[in-house]
Design a protein around this ligand. Structure first.
Ligand code: NAD
Length: 363
């Protein structure tokens, strides 16, 4: 029998305990230690898991406990320094989304992991969820035709973050799904938003990603909405999918609807759009906790020496899009273009509005 991978989790606030519960249930994982800067959080976790060691000092946690792998679930601003220390200590490293605060930080972490032959995985949770895997199956089978656009809304009266805006907090879920479904990186990104509650931290944003062949995706993110909404619409040339993550049993519905333009017509009377209304159906989805699949995948990648589905490269692509969204926000929503190697080129200047002529003003 193989020796289980010994794992430690750093950051036991809101999300960390969910990772702890899932790691604890895996057969090939020995969850050995927890670390949190807050004594109160550690005490709470120790009450639930008295057999797991708990420390407040991250130096001791990373270097003194003989762990194979580290799971980082702290606020984003600590991801880079903790992940770097973890990788330099020779540990396989798992980082919560988004991977780090800048693409330069992500590139450095990827380089250290590759140089040392370590697994680096980023938690893009939704790619491991049953509904998103089912959507991928449907798209790959060609059932919905060519994708025209994707629209996503992730809104509620949310947990306000202090170090990142709502786009960095919520949009990673939508971005990861969109990139996975479309299988390509956008050409431009633009984003508009506003900080209503905490100065300089946008709590409402609207982001658009433009892809080749006129495909695009829009992402609305908000911590300032009365109703919780987690909805994505994928519009194809043949069918359309609505994914509502808040439904318990019917998360995906496929609509057999489309509109077609007549190929040619001679007179206006001959011109009719052709509307197709077919059935809608709900595919069966095997229920499974996505975070359990995420944790199992991390441990399997370490055991089998394989690359995770969402490794450092995918984490970097995500952070590049988030950086572009921040640059666009600063430039009042101007589009930000990427180079062919996916680096941000400075925001495209919006044409200045011409001043009204005196004659117009008096007309
Ligand atoms: N994948 C998902 O769906 C999902 C959902 C929620 C949050 N997250 C991510 O999880 C991470 C944590 O978010 P959260 O909401 O749990 O934050 P949180 O603020 O509730 O908890 C963070 C914890 O980290 C501890 N901490 C901070 N710095 C530390 C350090 N240097 N050493 C040790 N402990 C430290 C804090 O004391 C706190 O207990 C973020 O990256 C967030 O984006 C992911």
């Amino acid at each position: 029998m193989k020796t289980p991978i010994s794992v430690g989790v750093i950051g036991c606030g809101y999300w960390g305990p969910l990772l702890v519960r899932n790691l604890k249930g895996l057969p090939n994982c020995n969850l050995k230690a927890l670390c949190d800067a807050s004594e109160a959080r550690l005490k709470h976790l120790k009450e639930l898991y008295p057999e797991i060691e708990g420390v407040t000092d991250h130096e001791q946690f990373l270097n003194g406990l003989d762990l194979d792998a580290i799971v980082i679930a702290t606020p984003v601003k600590y991801h880079y320094s903790l992940a770097k220390a973890s990788l330099l200590a020779g540990k396989h490293t798992f980082i919560e989304k988004p991977m780090a605060s800048s693409s330069a930080e992500c590139e450095e972490l990827i380089e250290i992991a590759e140089r040392n032959g370590l697994v680096l995985m980023i938690d893009h949770t939704f790619l491991y969820s049953s509904p998103v895997r089912k959507i991928m199956e449907i798209v790959e089978a060609g059932d919905i035709g060519d994708i025209r656009y994707i629209n996503s809304r992730r809104l509620n009266l949310g947990l306000f973050q202090k170090d990142i805006n709502v786009a960095w907090d919520l949009a990673p879920h939508d971005i990861s799904i969109i990139l996975h479904i479309l299988g390509e990186f956008p050409i431009t990104v633009n984003c508009q938003g506003n900080a209503h509650v905490t100065p300089h931290v946008e709590d409402v944003t609207n982001m658009s990603l433009y892809f080749r062949h006129k495909r695009f995706a829009t992402i609305q993110s908000s911590w300032l909405e009365p109703r919780k909404i987690r909805e994505m619409t994928i519009v194809g040339t043949r069918r359309m999918i609505v994914y509502d993550d808040l439904q318990t049993h019917e998360k995906i519905r496929i609509y057999d609807v489309r509109v077609e333009r007549p190929p040619h017509y001679d007179t206006f009377a001959e011109f009719h759009y052709s509307y197709h209304y077919g059935d809608s159906y709900i595919p069966h989805i095997q229920q499974e906790e996505p975070l359990k699949v995420v944790c199992q995948h991390f441990v399997d990648c370490i055991e089998n020496k394989t690359r995770p589905l969402t490794g450092g490269r995918e984490g970097l692509e995500m952070v590049r899009i988030l950086e572009a969204s921040s640059a666009s926000l600063k430039a009042n929503g101007a589009p930000v273009m990427f180079s062919p190697s996916h680096e941000v080129i400075s925001p495209i200047q919006q044409p200045q509005a011409k001043p009204l002529k005196a004659a117009t003003a008096t007309a």
